[in-house]
Unconditional design. Structure first.
Ligand code: ADP
Ligand code: MG
Length: 246
């Protein structure tokens, strides 16, 4: 069964389409990279699938249902600049936000929720920082607590928008290892990524997008110079000397 089905999805800002007529069938248990140049509509695609932006046309089904019916099973880590870093909360509180969907109406965390928060903080090696205000964390540490929050949610599907931007090599490796672990648990992980290095190492499947879907398939099959050129068009300066990628 497909975990996510996207049919003819078009999303616009001020009537100008950012993504057009996107069709995707995504199965469980894979790490999928969303690749394309700046402004290609990668973040818009995630927000469109998540129902955070209204669709002009099209339809999204997650586990065969509309996204609103399954929000509990979905974690989303937005691109980092979209977060207010001066917001006065500490690490533990941010990670506990991942449990809110599981809490009863009054929203008081139980022992079990605290256990989960402690466990995921250990997993991302941030347990020593649980009381620290988030504005005093490095970029890599901030990304780790967002990951911890997503893990605390115990979702089936994870949407990560450029999780590797501004993080150190060790954090990048930690994020990659977690993606692999989630995949082993048959979870689905969609990752916006704009750097073409390590693409085949990181992702099983790729969505190549530039407003329209250029290609979707196994990374082995679609990460070819022809398809990459088609995706990046004239803007492909960084790729000229990049035979190592193919
Ligand atoms: P990507 O994530 O691939 O860099 P985006 O999905 O952020 O691209 O943006 C796709 C296009 O939509 C770009 O041309 C961008 O300028 C435009 N866009 C994105 N967000 C907004 C917004 N809030 N209002 C108006 N235009 C936007
Ligand atoms: Mg983006």
């Amino acid at each position: 069964m497909n975990v996510i089905e996207v049919r003819n999805l078009t999303v616009s800002y001020n009537k100008k389409p950012a993504i057009k007529g996107i069709n995707l069938n995504i199965e469980a248990g894979s790490v999928i990279g969303i690749i394309g140049p700046n402004g290609a509509g990668k973040s818009t695609l995630l927000k469109g699938i998540l129902g955070l932006l209204p669709a002009d046309t099209g339809d999204v089904k997650v586990f065969g249902k509309s996204i609103k019916e399954v929000s509990k099973g979905i974690s989303y880590i937005p691109q980092r600049e979209q977060f207010d870093w001066d917001f006065p909360v500490n690490v533990e509180e941010v990670v506990m936000m991942g449990r809110y969907a599981h809490l009863p109406m009054i929203g008081i965390p139980k022992g079990k929720d605290r256990d989960i928060v402690n466990r995921v903080l250990k997993k991302v090696e941030m347990e020593k920082y649980s009381k620290r205000q988030i504005r005093f964390l490095s970029g890599g540490q901030q990304q780790r607590i967002f990951l911890a929050r997503a893990l605390a949610q115990e979702s089936d599907i994870y949407f990560l928008d450029e999780p590797f931007v501004g993080v150190d090599a060790k954090t990048e490796q930690a994020i990659f290892n977690l993606m692999k672990e989630l995949k082993e648990e048959n979870k689905t992980i969609l990752v916006v990524h704009h750097d073409l290095g390590k693409v085949k190492e990181y992702f099983d499947k790729l969505i190549l997008i530039n407003q329209r879907l250029v290609a979707f398939g196994d990374a082995e099959d679609v990460f070819t110079s022809e398809i990459i050129h088609k995706t990046y068009g004239g803007r492909l300066t960084i790729l000229q000397k990049s035979e190592q990628y193919y």
